[in-house]
Design a protein around this ligand. Structure first.
Ligand code: OSB
Ligand code: MG
Length: 369
């Protein structure tokens, strides 16, 4: 296939509620939606998960637009691409900028699957018909508010509850959660808020039977995490630190974690996500699919990836309605009893809602050769 046109759209979507992590609060969600078109005018869709500020990682919406416009789009326009795995190699000379790479690589995967007339999940080699999901809950103003939200999520059937922690909102909060919810699958995500010197505090979390602690230390660390893992019984899961299958290999060999959160954007696309999945499978580490407050296109990609066999732990991809009054796909992603039914339609399996997309678009640019 040949990519004849690429359309970048900057969308701005209102979030239903602010989402707070140890590094900051999200009020609205702005992101780049990527559309690629082949010689027949058929479209594939991808979503960048870069935020407006470089607080989760170094990428932003603006740096992604720049990298896409000036480097990545020229590398794919009018090139003969037989399989989306080739896109990873085309992008190899461009260092990092994984979220920018992933946004367009994902659109090409969608287009490829549509041209093959198969679901994206099948194109990736996934076999699950439904996937288990959990929910990620931000830092709240009070423990009571947090408990109310957890109670709602448990009632809705979410299979695992993740809460965000930071210094001053950690051990005591988890203790309060365990009182009314002694047995739920519970985990904590620190988003790099601690240092090796906080080891005594992290050790206190061992008493709460957490499914895992996600990314306690620096966003680029895999060495100190191994020290922490040695001293904890709770499994450590790495998120921010893993950008590639090479990072995963090093983390596994150092013993820096027992679980990996795969985010397609963070690792540069579906091809690399699959490689990390396969490596972890070989080494007996479970993986799960992380979330980045995605709109529908990003959610659909997460769902497709999660159908691979070693995604044995519930992911963070909650229902569209958790975050959006109206999502940009039809139908929206729904969750019943903590399960999402994987769509059967070709490609991402959901239709994009062009009307809604148009209303949310603040900037649009078409690229062709
Ligand atoms: O670390 O997983 C994270 C949201 C924004 C940035 C980083 C993270 C998160 C989440 C939310 O935990 C997951 C989601 O519901 O999309
Ligand atoms: Mg995380």
């Amino acid at each position: 296939m040949k990519i004849k046109n690429v359309i970048l759209r900057h969308l701005k979507m209102k979030m239903k509620f602010p989402f707070t992590t140890s590094f900051g609060t999200f009020l609205d969600k702005e992101f780049i939606l990527v559309e690629v078109q082949d010689e027949n005018g058929r479209s594939g869709w991808g979503e960048s998960v870069a935020f407006m500020s470089p607080l989760y990682n170094e990428e932003t919406l603006k740096t992604n637009w720049h990298i896409l416009e000036d480097f990545l789009i020229p590398l794919v326009l009018d090139k003969e691409i037989n399989h989306p795995d080739e896109v990873f190699d085309l992008f190899e000379p461009i260092r990092k900028n994984n979220m920018a790479k992933s946004a367009i690589e994902g659109a090409i995967w969608d287009l490829y699957a549509k041209r093959q007339n198969i679901p994206l999940a099948a194109a990736l080699g996934g076999e699950k018909k439904e996937i288990e999901v959990g929910i990620s809950i931000g830092i709240q103003k009070s423990v009571d508010e947090l408990l109310t939200i957890i109670s709602g999520a448990v009632t809705q059937g979410y299979r695992r509850i993740k809460v965000k922690i930071k210094p001053g909102w950690d051990v005591d909060v988890i203790r309060e959660i365990r009182k009314p919810f002694p047995t739920i699958q519970l985990m904590a995500d620190a988003n790099s808020a601690y240092r090796l010197s906080d080891i005594d505090l992290l050790k206190q979390l061992d008493e709460f039977d957490l499914t895992m602690i996600e990314q306690p230390l620096a966003s680029d660390d895999i060495v100190d995490h191994a020290q922490v893992q040695k001293q904890l019984t709770t499994p450590i899961c790495l998120d921010e630190s893993i950008h590639s299958v090479e990072d995963a290999r090093k983390a596994i060999s150092l013993g820096s974690c027992k679980i990996i959160n795969i985010k397609i954007g963070r690792v540069g696309g579906l091809t690399e996500s699959k490689r990390i999945h396969d490596l972890c499978q070989k080494h007996g580490l479970p993986v799960w699919c992380g979330g980045m407050l995605e709109a529908g296109v990003g959610r659909a990609h997460n769902i497709a990836l999660t159908t691979l066999a070693n995604f044995t732990m519930p992911g963070d991809t909650a229902a569209s309605s958790r975050y959006w009054e109206k999502d940009i796909i039809e139908p929206e992603v729904t969750v019943h009893d903590g399960l999402i039914t994987v769509p059967n339609a070709p490609g991402i399996g959901y239709d994009v809602d062009l009307n809604t997309i148009e209303k949310l678009t603040v900037r649009e640019q078409i690229f062709s050769k």
